[in-house]
Design a protein around this ligand. Structure first.
Ligand code: SAH
Length: 359
């Protein structure tokens, strides 16, 4: 069982300050990577008593529907042997618990693989999934069969880089120190050859955001899926068309704060660039479905009926179940902001739930 000890972890602010003192301002992506590694390593941030609440922590219905979605694909692919359930950043393991319970009802009982770096969350996951196999990265995932990969609110935690349009071309966003504070500061040197001399076409100060780490993860997963078969299901808040502007945000105790205020003590995220991730998956010859809105996707897969069945079985909890259903599906809550995208090996069946996709 993984060791959840966090004693003697250096704080993110110290690590970042030391690096800036030694090397000068650091790229925004490095700042975000250090801050989030320390943040997730030091605590369980989920739930009402933490910093933020995720869909699987709101209701069992979320993971159950994902489990049925996966089981349906697996059954229509003629129930391949040696299939693996893989979850990226599984938090407390709640989604996997609900999904695997649903999948088992259809005879789908794959070995469980978690890609997770946080010792605190690994030990929480082990309470629910003692037989799981943990991976620090994607390299050690099994190669002997199809992968059923789920990533809920994972890609939003991966680092982003930003480039700022100036009269002298694009400048990389850096993080510097101003006494005891961290501040964002465009690099004084020209940046990003791959952006070329395009900055003059944008108003001064325009921000381009990119997540090379997410591109790398999706590229690796997609080439595995093309070879081994299976699917990658990404659920997150994000955008579906190319755009400009910063989406970097920080949340602490359910309240937004400045991303530069207390690195390692707040949840730093950026919106997921579904447009680019879909293109990467397509370039690896996967079929991409969606992104669809989470509310529509859950409804087309039967969340209304599931809520009614749960209410019939536990009438005393009817209000709670109705509230959870609303939170997951309402357009003013998670229903519209969150998107669902599936990338599937081309010789696998077309997944359910995307007939309302935006594409
Ligand atoms: N999917 C869960 C938790 C979301 S929070 C849920 O929906 O409840 C983000 C998760 O990703 C945490 O488990 C965190 O520890 C993990 N994580 C963040 N960055 C990671 C990285 N670079 N590698 C592996 N896991 C990471």
């Amino acid at each position: 069982m993984p060791d959840g000890s966090t004693a003697d972890l250096p704080s993110a602010a110290h690590i970042i300050a030391d690096r800036i003192d030694r090397d000068g301002p650091i790229p925004l992506g490095d700042y975000m990577a250090i801050a989030n590694a320390c943040y997730y390593a030091s605590k369980d941030p989920l739930g009402e008593e933490g910093d933020f609440v995720t869909a699987p922590e709101i209701s069992q219905m979320f993971g159950e529907i994902i489990g049925i979605w996966l089981a349906d694909l697996w059954l229509r692919q003629r129930s391949p042997d040696h299939c693996h359930y893989v979850e990226l950043g599984p938090g407390r393991g709640t989604l996997a618990d609900d999904a695997l319970r649903s999948m088992a009802r259809f005879g789908c009982r794959p070995p469980v693989h978690f890609v997770e770096t946080s010792p605190v969350l690994k030990s929480k996951q082990a309470e629910l999934h003692p037989a799981a196999i943990w991976h620090d990265d994607l390299a050690s995932l099994p190669t002997d069969g199809p992968l059923l990969i789920v990533a809920n609110e994972f890609f939003d935690a991966l680092p982003v880089e930003q480039f700022i349009a100036t009269a002298d071309g694009w400048r990389r966003q850096m993080v510097a120190r101003d006494r005891s504070k961290f501040i964002a500061l465009p690099s004084s040197e020209a940046a990003a050859d791959h952006l070329g001399s395009t900055a003059h076409r944008f108003p001064d100060g325009t921000i381009l955001e990119r997540s090379p780490v997410s591109v790398e993860w999706v590229g690796q997963l997609a080439s595995r899926l093309a070879k081994q078969g299976g699917t990658l299901l990404i659920i997150d808040y994000g955008y579906t068309k190319p755009g400009t502007g910063s989406t970097l945000q920080a949340v602490k105790d359910h309240m937004p704060i400045s991303p530069f205020d207390c690195p390692g003590m707040s949840d730093l995220t950026a919106h997921v660039d579904f447009h680019t991730l879909a293109n990467i998956a397509r370039s690896c010859l996967l079929a991409v479905h969606g992104p669809a809105e989470q509310g529509q996707w859950l409804k087309s897969l039967g969340i209304d009926q599931r809520a009614a069945a749960l209410i019939a079985a536990s009438p005393k909890e009817a209000d709670m179940i109705r509230a959870a259903h609303q939170r997951l599906t309402d357009i003013d809550e998670m229903g519209c902001l969150f998107r669902v995208m599936a990338a599937t090996a081309i010789d696998w069946p077309e997944p359910e739930g995307f007939s309302y996709g935006e594409d």
